[in-house]
Design a protein around this ligand. Structure first.
Ligand code: FE2
Length: 376
């Protein structure tokens, strides 16, 4: 018998193979208008619909798509629903981070045996295009993971949905390709609890850690650990607040979201300059770092393929690690509460998360907090 290697051990522990992010469902106040926003501002395409026209009485969902990214936008049609209560408490936000698996029942049963809390038992859904099995577990806050098994399905999205077609209004895509990572904000001293949840229940690995010395400014601090599944297609950094002179962005999030939840969705592009120029022209608002950031960027990251001028013009940040570099930029929150936002990222070898940008970035967030009156 071969002696076991580190690689074999790691593979053996990947007991929950995940192919990728299946969809992200947001509970929102007005799904019809939210869908319009994601089409107009971000270049998502009309994709699928379920609601009154498909026989649903209590909610309406619009699904928009861009390459591999699917957003489900759901609003209740009457008062007193679970969805409505979620929106009342949290505002618009992410409810479901759905994970594409080969076998949803096994994924669910494995997670449950390892201590997960059930959200939805394995459920078979069928229509003329085949069948899908979905099952769900809770993660931090009221956020859930739904395992989606779609190997026997050829329809548009899920059974119960019809194609959503809008022949008269289809703004062009902006080059967004797939979900690179999704970040959760959790409460004081809760980061390690959720790190252990992803390790023990889902078989993820902690691939990077940042303490409050890595992520702090003069005023605020946070800590973060990055969890990754076996094949690296799913990466979930988990943030918790750390003590600082003033209230950190994570605390501000927890206050306004009234609990733990998804802080940002990072989406990948192959051409960040083109994508961000397009997004800005469509009204997407980004955090702005001071122009002094660009005075030293070449010294800090060395040679890169891009000219600095368009990066500076658009506010795109650069960072380098041992494997290469990355370009990234962060939107302002996309809802009235200062909660969820998007990151646009282009990786050129680097597999990290922009540690060299944390300080400039968090100072930019603090300036926004100051304007909101929440930095105190
Ligand atoms: Fe990020």
């Amino acid at each position: 018998m071969n002696t076991s290697t580190l690689t074999e051990t790691k593979e053996a522990q990947d007991f929950m193979p995940i192919n990728g992010t299946d969809y992200i469902e947001l509970y929102v106040g007005n799904s019809k208008q939210a869908a319009h926003y994601y089409k107009t501002a971000f270049g998502f395409q009309s994709y699928a619909y379920a609601g009154l026209r498909t026989g649903l009485k209590d909610r309406e969902s619009y699904v928009v798509i861009q390459d591999k990214i699917r957003l489900v936008l759901t609003t209740p049609l009457k008062s007193g629903t679970e969805i409505g209560k979620h929106i009342d408490k949290h505002g618009d936000g992410v409810k479901v981070v759905a994970l594409w698996v080969e076998d949803a029942t096994t994924a669910y049963n494995t997670a449950m045996e390892r201590g997960a809390k059930s959200y939805m038992e394995p459920t078979l859904e069928k229509d003329n295009d085949g069948e899908v099995v979905r099952a769900g577990i809770y993660t931090y806050g009221e956020t859930v993971h739904i395992f989606v098994e779609r190997r026997n399905y050829n329809g548009t999205f899920l059974p119960g949905f019809i194609k959503w077609e809008t022949p008269d209004y289809n703004p062009a895509p902006t080059g967004l390709k797939f979900v690179d990572h999704m970040v959760g904000n959790v409460g004081w001293n809760k980061m390690n609890h959720w790190v252990e949840f992803y390790e023990n229940v889902m078989g993820f690995k902690n691939i990077l850690s940042f303490d409050d010395n890595d992520i702090s400014t003069e005023y605020t601090a946070l800590m973060s650990k990055v969890m990754s599944n076996g094949n690296g297609r799913i990466k979930f950094p988990i943030n918790e607040p750390a003590e600082g002179k003033k209230k950190s962005q994570v605390e501000e999030y927890l206050d306004f979201y009234e609990g733990e939840g998804v802080q940002h969705i990072a989406v990948a592009t192959d051409d960040i300059i083109k994508t961000v120029r397009d997004l800005r022209s469509r009204g997407v608002e980004f955090l702005q770092v001071p122009s002094t950031y660009y005075d030293v960027v070449s010294d800090r990251v060395g040679e890169i393929d891009e000219d600095i001028a368009p990066l500076q013009e658009l506010g795109i940040l650069v960072d380098r690690d041992d494997e290469g570099y990355l370009l990234q930029i962060f939107t302002k929150p996309v809802e009235p509460r200062p909660t969820m936002f998007f990151e646009i990222i282009q990786r050129k070898g680097a597999q990290s998360f922009g540690k060299g940008n944390f300080k400039a970035l968090f100072e930019a967030i603090e300036r926004e907090q100051e304007l909101r009156g929440t930095l105190h």
